[in-house]
Ligand binder design. Structure first.
Ligand code: IMP
Length: 420
């Protein structure tokens, strides 16, 4: 009843496209983790919609779109997104936000900037206040959406501003005025009031009614705070555990767990990336795949697909199917490389490690494939793909042991093979 879409690498795998397809049959779509560090663009009838917070299932008339309790919400960004949808005649009456989601405050954004500035080993965050907001949540000083309507709201803001200002002052940063924040956030609260609800109960009502639910993962496995390449990660659990805790949906309700990847790989921000091609090949992939951030516009680091990391993702998420995007893009190259093992000081294995030093001592073991797939955008059956593409995809499946269920063949919504 509940299907899940998860990124298998460092984000930007093209989850939006699969989500867009699956949500056509979903009665409910839900975001469970992260905040406006995420971003995907969906093309519908020639119009581009950029989503950072709202589940893109909202584009389907009648589908409920829910921001779950595990999300950190910048209300200003959320309101802008809602207004943009309204301006494009998208019905937002089916939008809901959890009363338990955390609120990103202006001091979180500033703290993210300050921390990145003073860090010797930079993470390369999106500077959207994600980490500091999750910090306050774990520290139990965070402000939840429901607090915006509570009599304690003003004192919560004052308390937080007081302690944060000490740090800002210490580093010569601009300090905050709590009364200005209170005024601004009360206005946001008023705007959002009608959308706030107990989404956990709501989701369970849907489960009882046997309504199809789609959990839209954000970020990705290797950016997971626990299971990713710490410290070069985001501050939430974009893996399967975060889907459950960020929505209130228990594991027994889960059905398909789809892992999304590109036929190559990319990463934004710092951190180990063993198959990175910091050379002409990487530049070519970046241009062919338009690999620039939706949220920050940063050029993405690009490289070959890493099956050691993919296998790890399959394992920790319990993936039931794969969606491979950009098969057309990689097929534009003459030769393609696939990382099938790591060589760790002479020991060749498929053991992934999140330890940066271990990874630094590994080198990728590649197999080479023929490219030149030609225009595959209109192909609708896997068996009709050119032999070179089939060989490449078969090898991925063979080495990670999870079936490929979706194959991205082009940029448009319809350019996809759904494997029977
Ligand atoms: P933060 O989530 O802004 O704290 O950033 C932490 C790390 O996660 C940085 O390397 C970001 O570039 C990366 N990151 C966060 N969100 C995304 C995403 O949606 N796609 C790709 N990378 C992301």
């Amino acid at each position: 009843m509940v299907d899940v879409v998860i990124g298998t690498f460092f984000g930007d795998e093209g989850k939006g496209k699969i989500i867009d397809f699956l949500s056509q049959n979903a009665k409910v779509s839900v975001r469970c983790t992260g905040g406006n560090n995420a971003g995907h663009t969906i093309n519908v009838n020639g119009k581009k919609f950029a989503f950072h917070l709202i589940p893109s299932g909202i584009l389907n008339k009648g589908t409920k779109a829910i921001i779950g309790n595990g999300v950190v919400v910048n209300p200003k960004v959320l309101i802008e997104e809602l207004e943009n949808l309204k301006a494009n005649n998208i019905d937002i009456s089916n939008f809901y936000i959890s009363d338990k989601a955390q609120v990103i405050m202006p001091y979180h954004v500033a703290m993210d900037e300050l921390q990145e500035d003073i860090r010797e080993n930079k993470i390369g965050t999106t500077k959207r206040g994600i980490g500091p907001s999750y910090c306050d949540k774990i520290d139990r000083s965070g402000i939840r959406i429901e607090d915006l309507y509570s009599k304690n709201f003003e004192s919560l803001v004052r308390e937080n501003v007081k302690s944060k200002n000490v740090i800002f002052k210490n580093y010569g940063y601009k300090t905050f005025n709590s009364e200005e924040i209170i005024k601004e956030y009360k206005e946001y609260a008023e705007y959002l009031k009608s959308y706030v609800t107990d989404t956990v109960s709501m989701l369970h009502e849907s489960i009882e009614k046997k309504e199809k639910i789609l959990c839209e993962g954000a970020q990705a496995t290797l950016l997971d705070i626990d299971l990713g390449s710490y410290p070069y990660v985001t501050s939430s659990n974009p893996t399967i555990g975060g889907i459950c805790s960020g929505s209130g949906i228990g594991a027994k309700y889960l059905g398909e767990v789809y892992g999304v990847l590109k036929a190559y790989s990319s990463r934004v921000g710092e951190g180990p990336y063993i198959t990175e091609q910091n050379n002409e090949i990487g530049d070519t992939i970046r241009e062919l795949g338009h690999e620039y951030g939706t949220t920050t516009k940063r050029p993405r680091r690009c490289g070959w697909l890493d099956l050691v990391a993919l296998k790890y993702s399959c394992m920790v998420n319990g993936l039931t199917g794969l969606a491979v995007n950009h098969v057309d893009t990689i097929g534009k190259l003459d030769k393609i490389k696939l990382c099938v093992a790591y060589n760790h000081n002479g020991d060749i294995n498929m053991k992934y490690s999140t330890n940066a030093e271990y990874i630094a001592n590994c080198s990728p073991v590649y197999e080479e494939f023929e490219g030149n797939f030609g225009d595959i955008s209109k192909i609708k059956r896997r068996e009709d793909l050119p032999e070179n593409a089939k060989k490449y995809l078969n090898r991925i499946e063979e080495l990670v042991g999870v079936p490929i269920k979706f194959i991205g063949t082009g940029a448009d919504r319809e350019d996809m093979i759904v494997v029977e």
